[in-house]
Design a protein around this ligand. Sequence first.
Ligand SMILES: C[S@@+](CC[C@H](N)C(=O)[O-])C[C@H]1O[C@@H](n2cnc3c(N)ncnc32)[C@H](O)[C@@H]1O
Length: 305
Amino acid sequence: MRLRDALAAARRRFEAASIDDADLEAEVLLRHTLAPPPEREISRAYLLSHLDDPIEPAAATRFEAFISRRLAREPTAYITGHREFYGLDFEVTPAVLIPRPETEILVETAIEYARAAHPEALQGRTEGPSTRPLTIADIGTGSGCIAVALAVSLPEVRLQAVDISPGAIEVARRNARRHGVEGRIEFYQGDLLSRLTDAPDLVVANLPYVNTSGWAALPAELRDHEPQLALEAGKDGLDLIRRLLQQARERLGPASAILLEVAYDQAEAVVDLVRVSFPAANVEVRRDLAGHERVVGIKSIGKKH
Ligand SMILES: C[S@@+](CC[C@H](N)C(=O)[O-])C[C@H]1O[C@@H](n2cnc3c(N)ncnc32)[C@H](O)[C@@H]1O
C-alpha cells in the first residue's frame, strides 16, 4: 500500500467516526508514524513529496495503532506527545491539559503588562529601588506552557510555576529544560499561592473553570482523556478562581497584578468577584481572537481593606 492510500483510508475512517478535521488528523498521525525517533514527526513537505512510496509493514502496524487510539477519542496531542503553543513546541502527557490557542492571549497580555508597568526591570537596570527582577507566578502551570513562553519572551523576568499535580510539575520542568529556561523558573507543587514565600509582581492563571454540569457534557476527547483536575471547578466553575482571589488578598502586595483566563461566559461573574475582593482595583477584560471575553486583568490590586 502507498502512503497516499494509507492516508486516504485513515481519513475515511475518521470521517465515518465524525472526528473533526479528519484530513489533518490523519496526516499528523502519519507524519508521526514515519518520524525516526527522537524526531516527533516528519515535515509536511517531505510527506507530500513521498506519497507514492510504499508504507513499510512496521510503519503500517504503528499507524494502525495510532488510528485506533484516535478512534477511541484519545486526543492527537497525547498520541504524538507534543503540541505547539506560542510558537514553541511543548511535550504533553495525559498528566497535563493540552495547551489551547486561546491561552496565548493570556501570555500576550502578561508580556504587555510587564513591559508597560515595569520597563526598568525588563531593561536589566541594576540601580535604584526597583532593581530586583520582576517576578511572575503562573498558577496551575500544567505543561508549563505559559511560564515557559513568558520566560522565553521576557529574558529579565523570574518565574514561579505552581501546580497541585506532581505529574504536571514533572512535565513542566522538562518543557522548561527543553527551551533552556529552567534556571529562571522555580517550580512548586501545592495549592494555588500557598507555597509561595516571595510575593510575585504579577500572577497569571489559567485555572480549571468548567462547571460540574458542563463537565458531564464535554466531548469524550476532553472528559475521558484530559485530567479532570485541570478542567473542573465546582458547581459554577469558579471554585478555583474564587479561592485564588481570597489567597491573593492575604499574600499579594497592593501593586501586584493578576491576569485570569476565564470561560467565554464567565468574565462578568469574575469581575464581580474581583470587585468584592479588591474594591480599589483597576479591572479590564480582554477578548480572544474569537471575540469571547477571555482574560480578566486586575492591574494593581490596590490597598487591602
Ligand atoms: C486549565 S489547566 C491549565 C494548564 C496550563 N496552564 C495551560 O494553560 O495549558 C489548570 C491547571 O491547574 C492545576 N490545578 C488545579 N487545581 C489546582 C490548585 N488548587 N492549585 C494549583 N494548581 C491547580 C491543574 O492540575 C492543571 O494543571
